[in-house]
Ligand binder design. Structure first.
Ligand code: HAM
Length: 429
């Protein structure tokens, strides 16, 4: 049997209904805060991510799915969404004259070692506010995400926050950090030894025990922030305090992608454990647009991992009334099938669900045993007797009661309305 590729998984029911809920809530919550849906291609020029996410990052140097297309161009499966959204914004002559608040959803690809909560094809929902340097946008974004997680039923997440300065103040911090790390190089893991030259801030993120000891004594960025970065950070924190979002400051929080400046943050759940404890992360990226060839456009955003988020969502409280359709012979099935189609149309958004109708005639015993396995509440039963007497049996499988209703098998709409009316009455009783 052909299997899915390593690190790529199918999303099947019942898990897929959680995905549906997440997507629906993302749309309603983010729209309410002014974010509009943007869809970009899954394949991009490799250069887009090399210039934005950064050559020295794990994502670009080790994890991208890169191909040469038939025209000889280097293209890749997108490893993240932010650079694509910014490219789309810069490419659109209409959009460029205004700011854009975008939300998106879709598959991303990273060639990582698969484990729980980490896949090679994974999905992100994301939000990007392009065109404002106001710290109130950063705070609103964090507030909105806090609301979003709570609406999903996830309460045990916390926000960790840091400022990593800007292109003016970060270089002097980097110099100090590199000096400190070099003086402790012999105690660092091999990865961190390499990072001193390629991406020294990433050393702060290392979870190897010996490295942690060194990191705890490292200089911290707060002592190097310029006046503008400091005041930006102060406003973000004050706004979060005013709107009641609980956060903790983490001076060691740096992100795995190079484009960030000032605010960086992650929504964390300790239940995830290990290095995969972030449900999502984001921050300000005021220089990204210039890195990919546009003018400087201050922006801030966030992306959450759908697979990880779904792990924490409580099971759905399904209130729908479930109805099993039992035709006892072919002739009854012929009459019943179009009525059931009509019933389903009438039940859109009504929480009455006709389940597992494989449209096969069976004897009553087999039907009832299937209905039981599927957890149906009611069975609609039609056989020769019912056809001949223009009636239909409704069996309540929980209360173990049955009743008959009079129907007209040659009047599809009329009969469907009767059935649905009765099911809605049962639902509301
Ligand atoms: P990121 O931290 O690389 O940021 O990814 C965001 C989230 O995507 C992670 O916290 C995690 O939940 C999920 N994720 C990442 N890799 C995997 C994987 N291999 N398997 C499962 N889930 C994964 C970004 O991608 C930025 N674009 C976020 C952003 C938006 N910054 C500003 N705007």
């Amino acid at each position: 049997m052909i299997q899915a590729l390593r690190g790529m998984k199918d999303i099947l029911p019942p898990e897929s209904s959680l995905w549906g809920k997440l997507q629906g809530l993302a749309s309603s919550v983010f729209s309410s805060f002014g974010y509009q849906l943007v869809i970009t291609p899954i394949v991009e020029k490799t250069e887009l991510f090399v210039r934005s996410v950064g050559e020295g990052t794990d994502v670009v140097s080790k994890e991208m799915y890169v191909f040469t297309d038939r025209g000889g161009e280097s293209i890749c499966l997108r490893p993240e969404g932010t650079a694509s959204i910014m490219r789309a914004y810069l490419n659109d002559p209409e959009a460029k004259s205004r700011s854009l608040k975008a939300w998106y959803w879709g598959p991303m690809f990273r060639y990582e070692r698969p484990q729980k909560g980490r896949y090679r094809q994974f999905h992100q929902f994301g939000v990007e506010a392009i065109g404002s340097n106001s710290p109130y946008i950063d705070a609103e974004l964090i507030y909105m995400l806090d609301v979003f997680y709570k609406k999903l039923g996830i309460n045990d997440v916390r926000v960790e926050l840091n400022s990593i300065g800007c292109e003016l103040c970060r270089p002097s911090y980097k110099d100090e950090l590199v000096k400190y790390l070099k003086s402790n190089e012999d105690k660092l893991c091999n990865d961190c030894k390499n990072r001193i030259n390629t991406n020294p801030l990433r050393v702060l993120d290392c979870k190897v025990e010996n490295c942690s000891k060194i990191i705890n004594g490292a200089p911290i960025i707060q002592d190097f922030l310029c006046a503008e970065c400091n005041s930006h950070n102060d406003v973000v924190l004050a706004a979060l305090n005013s709107c009641g979002v609980k956060y903790s400051k983490n001076p060691l929080l740096v992100r795995g992608l190079d484009y960030y400046s000032r605010t960086v943050f992650e929504f964390i759940s300790d239940k995830l454990g290990g290095r995969q404890n972030a449900l999502g992360g984001g921050g300000r990226y005021d220089d990204l647009s210039a890195q990919i060839g546009g003018q400087k456009i201050p922006s801030v955003g966030y992306a959450g991992g759908v697979e990880r988020t779904v792990l924490f969502m409580p099971e759905l409280d399904v209130k729908a009334v479930t109805v099993y359709v039992a035709a006892l012979d072919q002739e009854s099935l012929n009459s019943l099938a179009p009525i059931i189609y009509e019933c389903k149309k009438l039940c859109i958004d009504k929480e009455v669900l006709f389940i597992d109708d494989d449209f096969k005639a069976r004897d009553i015993k087999k039907h009832l045993s299937r209905a039981d396995k599927l957890g149906a509440r009611f069975a609609l039963i039609v056989g020769t007797n019912e056809l001949n007497s223009s009636s239909l049996v409704i069996k309540d499988l929980v209360e173990k009661k049955e009743s008959k209703i009079d129907v007209k098998y040659n009047e599809v709409e009329f009969t469907a309305k009767l059935i649905v009316g009765r099911m809605l009455e049962e639902k509301n009783s």
